[in-house]
Design a binder for this molecule. Structure first.
Ligand code: PEP
Ligand code: MN
Length: 277
């Protein structure tokens, strides 16, 4: 008999997704989840305006960076501790759970009363001491794929959280570095469809960081939904031209609404309900 030379990608699908519950929202279940908000929380006003806009547009969870990991140490690094009281107020007022990045275990004390999900950014996917610390927490952990990480490295990073006893892990594909540099990164939908077939974690997609240009976010969001991911995380800013980080890829509230209108058509075609509050 001919030797089986098939590669890993040809192994038949075998995994079902283990859903993660966040308040009334379930990621990895039958419903498609949209998370949206600013790249960075810049002020009370900006966060409140964005949060209200994305809620009105159909997002069921908020995003917003409090500590930022920027390529240049001179770029805006996030408001940090000083923003915590108004963030708490906005989250309570708007009534949607917050996803925010944790860049250091020492931030747990500040973040714990604010967030419903800890996000591990692309640059920290290999930060195993941070992942181990989050394994000791009860809240779900969203692990973004390292921009130069293999699929296997990305999925195995979740083990560091699981082994500590926290089984609530969600993975996020946010674009990888390839030879193609026409856009910020390359959205690896291959890995998304592979992960849906081969790993148990809910998979969401971040088209904002993957492509890095506002007008290309919507088509990639639709492609990701059609590919069968469990949800999206999107950057929205009331005035992208004034944003302190990632303005070039931020959707205005109007563009967010347009994206949601198109996304709903894709979800209907695939018989996938959109999660609502
Ligand atoms: C972000 O979500 O704002 C962010 C910094 O993303 P990433 O870690 O994927 O670069
Ligand atoms: Mn960003």
């Amino acid at each position: 008999m001919q030797k089986n030379t098939l590669n890993m990608a040809t192994i038949a699908p075998r995994k079902t997704t283990i859903p993660v519950k966040i308040g009334n929202t379930v990621i990895g279940g039958s419903e498609f989840v949209v998370i949206a908000g600013p790249c960075s929380i810049e002020s009370h006003e900006q966060f409140l305006e964005t949060a209200n806009a994305v809620k009105a547009g159909g997002a069921v969870m908020l995003r917003g960076g409090i500590w930022k990991l920027r390529t240049s140490s001179k770029s805006f690094q996030g408001l940090g501790n000083e923003a915590s009281s108004f963030i708490k107020e906005v989250v309570k007022k708007v009534g949607l759970p917050l996803v925010a990045e944790i860049t250091d275990p020492r931030q747990i004390e500040t973040l714990d009363p604010l967030v419903s999900v800890y996000m591990v950014g692309s640059r920290n996917m290999h930060n195993y001491s941070l992942l181990k610390e989050l394994g000791l927490q009860k809240k779900p952990v969203l692990i973004k794929r390292g921009f130069a990480a293999f699929y296997e490295e990305w999925v195995k990073s979740a083990d560091y959280v699981i082994q500590g006893g926290n089984e609530n892990v969600i993975l996020c594909e946010r674009g990888i570095r390839t030879f193609e540099n026409i856009t910020r990164n390359t959205l690896d939908l291959n890995s998304v469809v592979y992960a849906k077939a081969h790993c148990q974690y809910p998979i969401i997609v971040d088209p904002s960081h993957a492509v890095g240009v506002t007008h290309l976010v919507q088509p990639l969001a639709m492609a990701a939904a059609a590919a069968g991911c469990d949800g999206l995380i999107l950057e929205v800013h009331p005035k992208p031209e004034d944003a302190l980080s990632d303005g070039q890829q931020a959707l205005t509230p109007k563009e967010f609404n347009q994206l949601m209108t198109q996304l709903k058509k894709v979800l209907i075609a695939f018989d996938r309900p959109l999660a609502k509050i």
